[in-house]
Design a protein around this ligand. Sequence first.
Ligand code: NDP
Length: 439
Amino acid sequence: KQTSPAQCEFYQAVEEVLESLEPILENSADYQKNAIIQRLVEPERQIMFRVPWVDDDGNIHVNKGYRIEFNSSLGPYKGGLRFHQSVNASIIKFLGFEQIFKNALTGLPIGGGKGGANFDPKGRSDSEIMRFCQSFINELYRHIGPTTDVPAGDIGVGAREIGYMFGQYKRLTGRYDGAFTGKSLLWGGSLARKEATGYGAVYFANYMLQDNDDSLKGKRCLVSGAGNVAIYAMEKLYQLEATPITCSDSSGTLYHESGIDVALVKKLKEGARESLAVYLETHSDAKYIACADYPSDGHAVWRFVADAAFPCATQNELTEADARTLISNGCILVCEGANMPSTKEAVDVLLAAKIAYGPGKAANAGGVATSQLEMAQNASMQMWTFEEVDTKLQQIMKNIFDTASNTAAEFDQPGNLVLGANIAAFRRVADAMIEQGIV
Ligand code: NDP
């Protein structure tokens, strides 16, 4: 920490994992002898590069591009690209580190990686987005490929950006292959990939509840975010007869007591990319709380009374005070669609309260798992039906839940899915590293 004080998100992620690995590390000379932890926390490769591009008025901009190829012991590096003004080396590194464990939990042959740029796509024209994506790929193309490193989307990167990046990759390499996932259905994408992270998180929540002979049916749910993950989490909640009553974006939180109109949020966000405040023009009975009016110690979205909470926006969006409010309001489940949305202090509060808590690396793994299903379809030149992919997704989420839950019980902490997920994932990665020697 003293040598690199700026990497706070990365240290937060590592600390959480190392803490829960204590019971397994204490009793394994093998992991210590092979310096597994020292090797695991150091990325195999970090690529940082300049991304120059020209806006519609002829002005030149320069952004910072990143790709962290963290660990390839289980397969090609796999993980999304994030385009957001907050992106820096620490954020990409924490995301890449988490990705190793998440991918291991899926049971599929994928290693961990992540990338992105400190580029703010908001308010940019399609041509500007295209020029930025092309410039980003002018450097990244040489590092990626279907058996080496396979990027996907994340915050600020959806089908449009993947399309522009794939087009430039194809032009530079002359190859038409599965070097990206999250592609359009017209040219190599997988049905159900767009829905997979949100759907998967909701399936995971239902498995957690079913373990206590309960289900999501009839539950009122708080959701944060209004992007890819949040939208499809809300859609699946309705399908399972639960009601999402909130969502949020980077300017504020929306509360609609009778239930969020998901079709309208989709239209506002996927189409025109507008603020959620515009929702009130259609639903005057909804309430909008601007960020300026948030409580000083947390996020407005977690202050409403509900049975379950689904953080689906970004890291550290659920604070200790938020966690305490959720619990005192009777919330029985927190299931993370986003990566590391709860602060360390919030996680401690949720675990101490012994409510059902699904950590992101387990609960949101449905996205990357379905990306791997996209890779499998590309490699075999097939396209599976929505139902086939969705059935596999449900099975994968059930396996992840069972693995995390059984591992927690094995280590005498039943119900602690943080510990269960971290240990189960670590064992798979560490054992593969040992078998592959000191590399
Ligand atoms: P999107 O860009 O589609 O949506 C992100 C949403 O969160 C938007 O509503 C955005 O607001 C809001 N948001 C982003 N950053 C902030 C911020 N700093 N403060 C407040 N609100 C913010 O991203 P995704 O839905 O794809 O990703 C959401 C989370 O899920 C991320 O943590 C991502 O890493 C994680 N994830 C995503 C996967 C995927 O398949 N897409 C897979 C696994 C995890 P606005 O609309 O104003 O931009």
